[in-house]
Design a protein around this ligand. Structure first.
Ligand code: CA
Ligand code: CA
Length: 354
């Protein structure tokens, strides 16, 4: 069937452009390149190192475009790869004793973080912090975190399980399809320090943050946003809020009581916990250290996609001015989902801003 030649040429050009687009989507995240810190950034990181010995793990695309887990000290020094796979390694979480790290690894060379809802595309792995002992721990699983008694809590789509490292036994602890809504996706389940609640971000057929009571079998909505997580005290939480703050996001903190926000009508001004000064203020991935004194997270100055854009790792002593937050990575590749394990903390206890 004949089309005029110029239409055929245009179609061919469109096809080539589409193929190039899908190829670039396939290729993963940008590898990027190292950038120089400013003297002020170096000074801020040095100040952290004077107060704190800690290890930070995070996920970076800098080597291959498919992320690896890297590890560094609290001041950003001694950064080195912990995993070196040709898959996407992300969401690293230190074991309670700091000796091991669990993380989520894709089965294919590239998977977008948005595909974490398809549990059969991922497995949870474990590795020692010295780089030995890497092995697959839980098949078809995502969002692995640690429970207070040393099990792994993880998601399979709308269901949440615990995994016992001793016996390799799984136990279903939240069937979101059954008790929330069929087709719900449960992201980043985090058990409370007292073991009574699971905080999670819901996607799919529901879109909110909230808390599941394991005893009462009931769900308490916290609000919008995502990435809800506990303070180690258990009486306070953080979550990301979107469409407020500089750069379009900020970290909220709020008190909780009996598995629900203690003050659900609190105005935004009372919830604001971290909103970085300056242009690099699109924050995500916050986590509080187990001693309750530090927060690590990432921020970018452009774009949003969690696994593509130039996020950088930050650390902040809770209660100190926001301007004292220190940037720890200096690389235009994607850097996301940090976690921190404190070895020795020489900082003065911060006043808890409530
Ligand atoms: Ca912000
Ligand atoms: Ca980066």
């Amino acid at each position: 069937m004949g089309h005029p030649r110029h239409i055929r040429a245009r179609r061919a050009a469109t096809l080539i452009a589409a193929a190039a687009l899908s190829l670039s989507a396939w290729a993963g995240a940008p590898r990027g390149k190292a950038v120089e810190p400013t003297p002020g950034e170096l000074e801020a990181a040095k100040k952290i190192g004077e107060q704190l010995d800690a290890l930070i793990v995070w996920s970076t695309s800098r080597v291959s475009g498919s992320h690896d887990i890297w590890i560094m000290k609290a001041d950003g020094s001694d950064a080195r790869p912990l995993t070196k796979s040709d898959a996407v390694d992300w969401f690293a979480r230190f074991s309670p004793d700091g000796k091991q790290v669990i993380f989520t690894r894709s089965k294919a060379p590239w998977q977008s973080e948005m595909n974490a809802q398809y549990a059969n595309r991922w497995d949870i792995w474990i590795i020692n912090v010295d780089g030995t002992g890497e092995r697959k721990l839980i098949p078809d699983a995502t969002w692995g975190t640690w429970t207070p008694d040393g099990k792994v809590l993880f998601s399979r789509g709308g269901k949440v399980f615990t995994f016992d490292l001793g016996s390799s036994k799984e136990e279903l602890v939240l069937d979101g399809d059954e008790v929330l809504k069929a087709g719900v996706i449960v992201q980043q389940p985090q058990m409370s320090p007292d073991g009574k609640y699971i905080a999670a971000t819901l996607r799919g057929r529901m879109r909110e943050t909230g808390i599941w009571s394991l005893e009462r079998k009931s769900w308490a909505t916290v609000g919008g946003g995502c990435q809800i997580n506990w303070f180690p005290s258990g009486d306070r939480m953080i979550r990301m809020n979107e469409n407020t703050g500089r750069g379009g996001t900020e970290v909220f903190a709020f008190p909780v009581k009996d598995g629900a926000p203690a003050n659900p009508d609190a105005p935004y001004e009372e919830l604001r916990f971290m909103d970085l000064p300056g242009a690099r203020s699109h924050e995500y991935f916050p986590v509080i250290s187990r001693n309750g004194r530090w927060m690590v997270w990432c921020a970018t100055d452009r774009g949003h996609d969690h696994d593509i854009y130039d996020y950088e790792v930050f650390i902040w002593r809770i209660g100190s001015p926001h301007s004292e937050a220190a940037r720890l990575t200096f690389h235009t590749g994607n850097d996301r989902w940090p976690d921190i394990f404190v070895i020795e903390d020489r900082s003065a206890p911060a006043e808890q801003a409530r």
